[in-house]
Design a binder for this molecule. Sequence first.
Ligand SMILES: [Fe+2]
Length: 132
Amino acid sequence: MSEFGERFQSADWKSEKHVPVIDAPEEVKAGEIFDVRITLGKEVAHPNETAHHIRWVDVHFHPDGTKFPIQVARAEFAAHGAAPDGPDSSGVYAHHEAVVQMKAEQSGTLLAASYCNIHGLWENTKKITVNK
Ligand SMILES: [Fe+2]
């Protein structure tokens, strides 16, 4: 294993709590803003504690026929219960879910990535058809 991309893990989100689930319309109108919701642990909850949590999710869109994906947004989850009294003492936790709004002029593929501080990098994709 030598490439960065090979270190991304993927699986069926229904049984694997680390996979970023992409909720977005199958079809949108060109230039019209739509929601992309990224969730983790939709069926099997992922822990959210100081020692084990999701740090971020990343959303890219790769328009068909173009060379590279374009980063749309990134959500960083900064609070994981830590405070001066120690791990899991603050009671404050960022929940690992993000809603991003975007638009596009041509069809393409949404790419979502997530990072767990214990279990590494995970990915998922979803095809979006853009109607002119
Ligand atoms: Fe994990």
